[in-house]
Design a protein around this ligand. Structure first.
Ligand SMILES: *Cc1c(COP(=O)(O)O)cnc(C)c1O
Length: 375
């Protein structure tokens, strides 16, 4: 067949033209992307900041420390819109609160829940009240809650005291609880497991995760199980939960009255999802192990200085834990460590615990600067 010379030629896209159609499909947020797995309907107003779709980053230095063909990745959930995995649960909890016509939400928080609840609630036009332990919330998290427009109430007590108050408050007053006791939180958070399987094409052998109030380990396990049941993976990971040694009630087998750790996000003495977390560990033939603050900080520095990944101290508990029990990792296994929050949440911790220091007292002079540089 011969084309007539007057037939219009196919027009190649030109960067000089105004684009009328997007050249890539944007991620729509985890509710839309995983809608069939979540308890939403056409009547649910979706409150989203396009959370989820966080990167699974290979960490060759960590893999090298273990050797034996083991592959290690970090799930960098600090890249969610408010800087922590809490956004996965909050998009759903706040969408359901809006659907129900709720006017106010409340949470107890070590910081990240308050940042996330504030952002999503205010976006939905709902008031947010956050109860935090005075003096134990990282600077970045407080800054967020304030600027998003939440009412921030700092009490003289720890996270467990805060949680007790908000549970009672939501029973007796017209405010909706958005801690992980709210079942929609865990439903949203389970999508972290979906994304890992989508990226790897299979579930990992090990999932290493920090444990505070124990909601996230519960949610991840739920996600892996649902995905396997639907045929998206053949196997299930061993769930490896890590608590800070000074806040390790699940490992001790009893609540800790005065939990202490540099990892403020997991400074929890009486986890709400305690039983569910144990069930996940048992069903997956996983383990709970403690990691000391020194081990957490070592992993925190290593992630930043060797892998270029800046997480907050609590998140580094997953990597500290992996390194602690590395001899138990099977040969050639695939391991994923969940990095729950962004490093910029806690700039004080970074400056205080870095082994690096600023060169000060240097004159504004080329030769002087070169000398400090070692030239
Ligand atoms: C909330 C949080 C945790 C702990 O998650 P739980 O679900 O309470 O076990 C760990 N790391 C960070 C950064 C958090 O914000």
């Amino acid at each position: 067949m011969v084309l007539s010379p007057s037939a219009p030629a196919a027009i190649a896209p030109s960067h000089t033209e105004n684009r009328v159609t997007p050249t890539k499909v944007q991620w729509r947020g985890l509710i839309e992307e995983y809608r069939s797995f979540l308890p939403v309907s056409d009547a649910t107003p979706i409150v989203t900041l396009r959370e989820g779709n966080t990167p699974l980053i290979p960490t060759p230095s960590l893999a090298q420390q273990i050797g034996r063909g083991v592959k290690v990745y970090v799930k960098y959930d600090g890249l969610n819109p408010t800087g922590s995995f809490k956004d996965r649960g909050m998009t759903l909890a706040i969408s359901k609160a809006k659907e129900a016509g709720d006017k106010a939400v409340i949470c107890a928080s070590t910081g990240n829940t308050s940042a996330s609840a504030s952002a999503y609630a205010r976006r939905a036009g709902i008031n947010a009240y956050v109860i935090v332990p005075d003096g134990y919330v990282a600077l970045g998290k407080l800054a967020q809650a304030l600027l998003y427009g939440a009412e921030v109430i700092a009490i003289d007590g720890n996270f467990d005291d805060c949680l007790k108050i908000v549970r009672q408050m939501s029973d007796e007053y017209p405010v909706t609880l958005v801690n992980s006791l709210n079942p929609y939180r865990l439903q949203g958070q389970k999508t972290g497991a979906f994304e890992i399987v989508d990226d790897l094409g299979e579930a990992p052998d090990w999932l290493c995760i920090p444990v505070g109030n124990a909601g996230n380990i519960t949610a991840y396990w739920m996600g892996f199980c649902e995905y396997q049941q639907q045929g998206y993976s053949n196997r299930l990971p061993h769930m490896m939960g890590f608590q800070a040694a000074g806040a390790a009630p699940i490992i001790q087998g009893s609540p800790v009255k005065s939990p202490e750790t540099v990892a403020t996000a997991i400074r929890v003495g009486n986890p709400a999802s305690w039983e569910k977390a144990i069930a996940a560990q048992e069903a997956s033939q996983g383990q709970f192990n403690p990691v000391t603050d020194d081990e957490i900080l070592e992993a925190y520095r290593l992630l930043a200085s060797h892998e270029g990944v800046f997480c907050e101290p609590a998140s580094a508990a997953s990597v500290a834990g992996l390194l602690k029990v590395k001899d138990q990792v099977p040969d050639n296994a695939t391991v994923v460590c969940v990095l729950t929050g962004h490093g910029l949440k806690d700039p004080d911790a970074a400056i205080k615990h870095s082994h690096n220091a600023i060169h000060t007292g240097v004159g504004s002079d080329l030769a002087e600067v070169a000398k400090v540089m070692g030239f």
